[in-house]
Design a protein around this ligand. Structure first.
Ligand SMILES: [Mg+2]
Length: 225
């Protein structure tokens, strides 16, 4: 049985624009001028501890856990103010996966709490707790195992929990770190090129690169049918 493992930020929810802009602002405030475009390149898909370490290195300051607390508070504030819409086409993809009875899960570098904040606001009329509830029992966070993409551990953990083999698993990712993790896990990976360029995702090892969610869905249909 095939398993489809979906990344959360940038694949299901359009949160990366908000978080990469916030990280650009915070890096610049700390004395390392980073533009939103550079922020995508430097930070997207990375885990927050790694980002904090990089900021400490670049600015020569000790930020510690206080930085993470401060970042999360500002992130929540921006999510609430701006709203976090689903990625265009993600709703149709999920409905098709459900209708075709294709096992699927979400696996994120972010904590469950952040998934609750983003997924939890979508389609609340159909599911209690929105898409967060929709993925009940099929949500995996790198925080559970304390290993983050590009480490393959999270995808391997998700496949094992869902009772699937890596070779039968297909990952959908939008970041280089996620593509690298899937490749290292021995899984096929479809990259959705939005904020990160198709060339960068292909160079990271993506099996195929798509420009839109309907394209991702078509490819999955061909691979699975
Ligand atoms: Mg992502």
């Amino acid at each position: 049985m095939p398993l489809v493992i979906l990344d959360c930020d940038g694949v299901l929810v359009d949160s990366e624009r908000i978080t990469t802009n916030l990280l650009a602002t915070m890096a610049t405030e700390l004395g390392w001028p980073v533009t939103p475009a550079q922020s995508i390149e430097q930070f997207k898909g990375r885990d927050l501890h790694e980002i904090r370490d990089l900021l400490e290195h670049k600015t020569g300051t000790t930020l510690g856990d206080e930085f993470i607390t401060r970042y999360r508070a500002r992130m929540v504030e921006r999510f609430e103010r701006q709203g976090v819409p689903p990625i265009e086409g993600a709703a149709d993809l999920l409905d098709w996966l459900d209708d075709a009875e294709i096992t699927h899960a979400v696996a994120s570098n972010a904590p469950h709490k952040k998934m609750q904040l983003t997924l939890g606001t979508i389609d609340r009329s159909r599911w209690a707790n929105g898409w967060f509830g929709r993925f009940e029992g099929r949500r995996f966070s790198a925080y559970e195992i304390q290993r983050w993409k590009p480490d393959p551990a999270l995808f391997l953990h998700a496949a094992a929990q869902m009772g699937s083999e890596p070779a039968a698993s297909i990952v959908v990712e939008d970041s280089t770190s996620g593509v690298e993790a899937a490749v290292a896990a021995g899984m096929r990976v479809i990259a959705l090129a939005d904020l990160t360029s198709p060339d960068t995702l292909a160079a990271a090892g993506a099996t195929e690169v798509c420009r839109s969610m309907p394209e991702v869905a078509d490819l999955l249909r061909r691979w699975i049918d």
